[in-house]
Design a protein around this ligand. Sequence first.
Ligand SMILES: [Zn+2]
Length: 203
Amino acid sequence: MQQFLPESLRILVQQLGKLPGVGERTAMRYAVSLLRGGPRRFEELGRALHGVATEVSHCPSCGFWADSGHCPLCEDKQRPETRLCVVRDSPDVLALEKFRAHPWRYHILQGLLSPLSGVGPDQIRLASLFERVRLHSVTEVILALDATVEGDATALYLRDQFRAQFPTVKLTRTAMGLPAGASVEYLDASTLENALVHRTEFE
Ligand SMILES: [Zn+2]
């Protein structure tokens, strides 16, 4: 159907169709809805897209999304600096923040080790993790990583590094109840909370 469309509209439908879960039909529905909203709707959406593209960066401490400087999670003085929860990516934080009974700060690795894809320790935020542990006398590091080959490889690497560099820091890991292959980001809240409450020391 796209061959009948003006080029700019065709490009918009193609771009919308690249979003997860959006097929060609849904992309077309979104485009029609925007067109019906008139120029103002496009301006608002354009401003929103431009704002995110130019203003959202990463918190220099934990790596979560932030406007500039530190994120609200790191500014929250209620959270002890001595307990860090290590996750793969920012959406994992959103999943873990659904329950607030367990205060900690986060450290986002922005990836996982993957020898097969050539992702080594220097490609993810490991150096800054070790620096934070050193600077803030961290006492517990909780690994809330995906139950995947990459998540396991990262956890094992961290275990070896902590044994060698920080033998007194308690290293814990979400309970093994995480289903194999599960991403933290997509786990339901009760499974995730259960895995965190029953986290075990990682030896
Ligand atoms: Zn932060």
